[in-house]
Design a protein around this ligand. Structure first.
Ligand code: UDX
Length: 440
């Protein structure tokens, strides 16, 4: 099949490359000339395991190419995927200007039937706006051409995006257009594996499904974080509780790890957008979700509060080694990362911070900028010498089994604040560490 993907950001590039990998011809469009030029040469601007290989392989096979020409892009694909950004506006709602610009461009240039597939995370009702924008452009040039607008949200996790696309739990497709349904089924047939994962529904339900999924997952995290804070005060261990409740298949073990709060490009943004949609478009407050957001805001401050409780409100003259900057492991993404609140709290109280992250050093420097008191180390151990404590905020694999004797020797005193519950508290205390974790 011939497919155009509009937007070569995270979702667009992963989708385009994976669709090409199963044999489709894919043309990726972006307005950013520099980015497109880079991509043509196989330069990937995103840190994502496996993505570089799959992009290079498909460029070489001639199935994946890039353009900045909107006319060429519209003419190319029977399927037109919209995968542009929907950054949060000042009021928390998703900004649709790039989605609607893409829709208008399709309306301006299309000469034949097109299936317009919305992959960006967009508020309920956006499919109607995309339809109207295309129709308006067609009317402007007096063209009568049939098209369908389909909602097909993505559920990719950063760090596992290629795998998630290639082996999806489900493929949600929202449309009532029979021709489009046939095309979408054929498109996703190679990804169905051992059973049919195609979940067909109306467009609005598909749009809301994406928000519902992220809201539900964010709720689990805020819930377990709140229980962790309680467990700690009551002298219980949240990891034991996770195992105890996770054994019930209705609950499950996954995505139930207490920590220093959720971050990333999706949960914070989507939770806010859904709260706003409910308020503005449906006239109702989502009480549970509002609490989820508030609890997460609080959770990012739990570990800094423990540090202040230990060393005092004023941290001038103190030095902390910070392991982890990215919002989670296997990504260089810093958006809404708990590390940001941590750096702010420590440096704000006068402390020095020496940070290390296996992947996010550059993005961190861009996100935080120059901050007096904050420096970066070349590796994990180099962050430690002379620090009053080691603070961990990202669950990178390489932090899981470090040389504890070397850590103890490098620190001023063997003190660890662990926002990801990486270690066995009994083991660490046995090795002479003062170990502060979350909920245990
Ligand atoms: C998420 C959804 O998982 C994905 O389906 C959706 O398409 C986009 O948003 P992502 O933002 O990449 O993906 O990260 P995810 O792995 O879901 O983690 C989100 C945040 O929750 C991270 O900050 C992570 O550290 C935190 N988290 C996750 C926990 O604190 N505890 C957990 O048990 C799981």
């Amino acid at each position: 099949m011939k497919i155009t993907v509009i937007g070569t950001g995270y979702v667009g590039l992963v989708s385009g490359a994976c669709l090409a990998d199963v044999g489709n011809d894919v043309l990726c469009f972006d307005t950013d000339e520099g980015k497109v030029q880079g991509l043509r040469n196989g330069h990937i601007h995103i840190f994502e395991p496996g993505l570089k290989e799959i992009v290079e392989r498909n460029i070489q096979a001639g199935r994946l190419s890039f353009t900045t020409d909107a006319k060429e892009a519209t003419e190319f694909g029977l399927l037109q995927f919209i995968a542009v950004g929907t950054p949060p506006g000042e009021d928390g709602s998703a900004d649709l200007q790039y989605v609607l610009a893409a829709a208008r461009a399709i309306g301006q240039h299309m000469t034949d039937y097109r299936v317009v597939v919305d992959k960006s995370t967009v508020p309920v009702g956006t499919g109607d706006k995309v339809t109207a924008a295309i129709a308006q452009e067609l009317a402007r040039r007096d063209a009568k051409i049939d098209f369908a607008v389909v909602s097909n949200p993505e559920f990719l996790k950063e760090g596992a995006a290629v795998e998630d696309f290639m082996r999806p739990d489900r493929v949600v497709v929202g449309t009532d257009d029979d021709h489009a349904i046939t095309i979408m089924r054929e498109l996703y047939a190679p990804f169905q594996r051992n059973r049919d994962r195609f979940v067909l529904m109306d467009r609005r339900s598909a749009e809301l499904t994406k928000y519902a999924a992220n809201a539900m997952l964010a709720t689990r995290i805020s819930f377990i974080n709140e229980l962790a804070n309680l467990a700690e005060r009551l002298g219980a261990d949240i990891e034991s509780i996770r195992k105890g409740i996770g054994s019930d298949p209705r609950i499950g073990y996954d995505f139930l790890y207490a920590g220093c709060g959720y971050g990333g490009s999706c949960f914070p943004k989507d939770v806010q957008a859904l709260l706003k949609t409910a308020r503005d478009d449906a006239g109702m407050d989502l009480h549970v979700l509002a609490a989820v957001e508030q609890a997460n805001h609080h959770q990012k401050r739990v570990l800094p509060a423990k540090i202040r409780a230990r060393f005092g409100e004023q941290l001038a003259g103190r030095k902390f080694a910070l392991w982890g900057l990215a919002f989670k492991s296997n990504t260089d993404d810093m958006r809404e990362a708990p590390s940001l609140a941590m750096v702010e709290a420590l440096v704000g109280a006068g402390a020095q911070v020496v940070a290390y992250d296996p992947a996010a050093m550059e993005t961190a420097q861009r996100a935080i900028g120059v901050k007096p008191g904050l420096t970066y180390a070349d590796n994990a151990m180099a962050a430690l010498p002379g620090a009053d404590a080691l603070v961990i905020v990202t669950e990178w694999k390489e932090f899981r089994s470090p040389d504890f004797d070397a850590i103890a020797a490098a620190l001023k005193a063997p003190v660890i604040f662990d926002g990801r519950n990486l270690y066995d508290p009994a083991l660490l205390r046995g090795r002479g560490f003062e170990y502060h974790a979350i909920g245990r």
